[in-house]
Design a protein around this ligand. Structure first.
Ligand SMILES: [Zn+2]
Ligand SMILES: [Zn+2]
Length: 492
C-alpha cells in the first residue's frame, strides 16, 4: 500500500495512481514454440576468457544485493530502492538470467551491435582551479564507439527491452575535489550520475530505475552503454577503456567518481583481475602510490558500492558553478507530478526567503547573517531555475492553500502563520535560536519532500540535470542543517 502524505492532497489523481508506468506490448512476437536465437548478438570480452576474476557465465545477479540501510562488501548502498513500475526490460523474455540460482550469463546475453548510427563526436575537457577539478563532457564517447541506436531497428532486441532512446550530446560539468578525503561514514549512491569516464560518458550506479541489476537486465550496446531517452551512460566499465595499465600491470585511471576519488580498471597490483572480495564495501582499496581509489569489476556492483568521500562537497561547488552547469540547457519538466512537486518546492523555498528577510533587522549574530546571505543566494537561484522548468506555469491556488492553510495541509517543515508571527516578533538571541530551530525544521521538510518524491517517481525528468537537481537540494540542505545545528548547539 502507498501512503500519501497529507501535503500531496489536492494534486491530480494521476499523481496518486500509477499513471507513470506506461505499459505497451512489444511489436515483435516470436512464432509459438520457436526458440529465439540471439547468438548473433553475443560478445566475448577478453576479461571472460581467462581464469582470473569472476566467472562470466555465472555472475551473481545483483537484484537482491541492493541495500538502503548500510554499506556492505559486494552490495550497492543506494539512497533509494528504485521504482518497481519504472520502464525496463521484460523479465519474461530474458533468457540469460538463471532466476532460481540468482546468476546471469554475460556470454549468453545480447548486445546491440555497431551500425550506421553516428551522433556528433564526443568531447572531454579537464581543468584544475583552486583545488577543484572541473571535467566537462558532452556525454558522447570520445572514441566514437557507440551502438546502432535506436534499438527499435532490432525487433528481437526491442522485444526484450523497449528502450526507444537515441543518444544525443548534453554538456555536463563535474566539479570535484582534486584531493578528496575519506569520510568517517560512507554515503549512499543515488540513481543517475555517480561519476564520469575519461572518454566523456557519464557513469550511473549498478541499478536501473527499478532498482534491479542494470547490467544483467538491460540491453546495452557492444560498447557498454545505453541511453535514458537521450542521456547515454554506462552502468559498468566498458573493457576497452581499461587499456593503459601502469608499469606494474595495475590498471590505469579510467574516470572519476563524484566524491573526487579515481576509478581504475579491472586489474589490481601485479595486473591481477579483481573481485569484490579484494575490495572494501565502497568497491575501492588503498595502496601506494595511488592512495584510496575505486576499481571496476565484472561483478555487481561493477563500479562503486558507496561513496568513500563526500559526494556533494564540490559537486555543485558554488551557486555560480551550478548555474553555469544548467544555464545553457533549456529544460521543461513535463509530467504533472513533477510540475506539482516543483510548484510546491517553490512555495516552500519562498517561505525560507521570507524567514531570511527577517534576519537583517532582528539578529545580532554574525553566524546567522552569513547563513542568511548564503541561503538567499542559493534559494533564489533554485527558485529561478524551477520557474524556468515550469515554463511560465504559475503557482496554483491549491499550492498556495497548501502553504497558508491549516496546519495539517502544510508541506513538511513549513511554518504556520502563528509561528511566522512569533519569529517576526523575536529579538536578539531569542530570534537567533528560534530562527535556527525553524530553519532546520524547514530544511528537513524539504529533504523529506524530495525523499518522498524520489521514492515514488525516481526523478523529475529524463535529462541528467533534472536527475541531479533533487540530489542537489537534498545535499545542499543537508549541509546547511548540519551547519545550523552546530551553531544552535553553541547558543544553548
Ligand atoms: Zn541505464
Ligand atoms: Zn588498486
Amino acid at each position: 500500500m502507498i501512503v500519501i502524505p497529507k501535503w500531496f492532497a489536492g494534486f491530480s489523481l494521476c499523481f496518486l495512481l500509477a499513471c507513470d508506468a506506461e505499459v505497451s506490448q512489444p511489436e515483435f512476437v516470436e512464432e509459438p514454440g520457436e526458440p529465439v536465437d540471439l547468438s548473433s548478438y553475443f560478445i566475448t570480452p577478453t576479461l571472460c576468457s581467462d581464469s582470473e576474476g569472476p566467472t562470466c557465465a555465472s555472475l551473481r545477479l545483483g537484484d537482491t544485493h541492493l541495500t538502503t540501510t548500510s554499506p556492505a562488501q559486494g552490495k550497492l548502498f543506494a539512497c533509494v530502492a528504485g521504482n518497481a513500475g519504472a520502464p525496463g526490460s521484460d523479465p519474461a523474455r530474458i533468457t540469460w538470467i538463471d532466476w532460481a540460482a540468482g546468476t546471469w550469463n554475460l556470454l549468453a546475453k545480447p548486445f546491440l551491435p555497431a551500425g550506421s548510427f553516428s551522433p556528433q563526436s564526443g568531447s572531454v575537457s579537464v581543468s584544475e582551479i583552486g583545488g577543484i577539478r572541473s571535467i566537462t563532457v558532452n556525454n558522447l564517447p570520445v572514441d566514437g564507439k557507440i551502438g546502432d541506436w535506436p534499438m527499435t531497428q532490432y525487433a528481437m532486441l526491442s522485444a526484450i527491452d523497449r528502450n526507444p532512446g537515441v543518444p544525443a550530446a548534453t554538456n555536463v560539468t563535474f566539479n570535484i575535489p582534486i584531493s578528496p578525503v575519506v569520510s568517517v561514514t560512507p554515503s549512499c549512491t543515488s540513481l543517475g550520475a555517480i561519476g564520469v569516464t575519461l572518454n566523456g560518458v557519464v557513469l550511473y550506479n549498478a541499478v536501473d530505475a527499478r532498482g534491479n541489476d542494470a547490467v544483467a537486465h538491460e540491453i546495452v550496446d557492444e560498447f557498454g552503454g545505453h541511453p535514458a531517452m537521450s542521456a547515454y551512460h554506462y552502468h559498468y566499465l566498458p573493457e576497452r577503456l581499461d587499456s593503459a595499465p601502469m608499469s606494474d600491470g595495475h590498471s590505469g585511471l579510467v574516470g572519476y567518481i563524484r566524491d573526487g576519488f579515481g576509478l581504475y580498471g579491472y586489474d589490481g597490483e601485479g595486473g591481477v583481475e579483481l573481485t569484490n572480495a579484494d575490495l572494501d564495501e565502497c568497491h575501492g582499496h588503498d595502496h601506494s602510490p595511488l592512495g584510496y581509489h575505486y576499481h571496476a569489476t565484472i561483478e555487481y556492483p561493477y563500479t562503486i558500492g558507496c561513496y568513500r568521500g563526500d559526494p556533494e562537497s564540490a559537486f555543485f561547488s558554488s551557486a555560480s558553478a551550478f548555474e553555469d552547469k544548467v544555464s545553457n540547457i533549456p529544460q521543461e519538466v513535463k509530467t504533472e507530478p513533477a510540475r506539482a512537486f516543483l510548484r510546491g518546492m517553490i512555495a516552500h523555498h519562498q517561505q525560507a526567503l521570507d524567514m531570511v528577510a527577517l534576519v537583517r533587522r532582528s539578529t545580532y549574530g554574525r553566524d546567522i547573517r552569513e547563513i542568511a546571505v548564503r541561503m538567499q543566494i542559493a534559494q533564489a537561484e533554485e527558485i529561478k531555475l524551477m520557474q524556468s522548468w515550469l515554463n511560465g506555469d504559475v503557482i496554483l491556488d491549491g499550492d498556495v492553500e497548501a502553504v497558508s492553510g491549516d496546519q495539517d495541509r502544510l508541506m513538511p517543515g513549513m511554518l504556520s502563520e502563528e509561528r511566522m508571527a512569533k519569529l517576526r516578533a523575536a529579538q536578539g538571541e531569542d530570534f537567533d535560536r528560534l530562527f535556527l530551530q525553524s530553519m532546520i525544521e524547514h530544511h528537513e521538510g524539504a529533504i523529506e519532500m524530495v525523499r518522498v518524491f524520489l521514492e515514488r517517481f525516481g526523478s523529475l525528468g529524463d535529462t541528467i540535470v533534472l536527475d541531479w537537481f533533487l540530489d542537489h537540494i537534498k545535499a545542499e540542505q543537508g549541509i546547511e542543517v548540519a551547519r545550523m545545528s552546530r551553531i544552535l548547539a553553541r547558543l544553548q
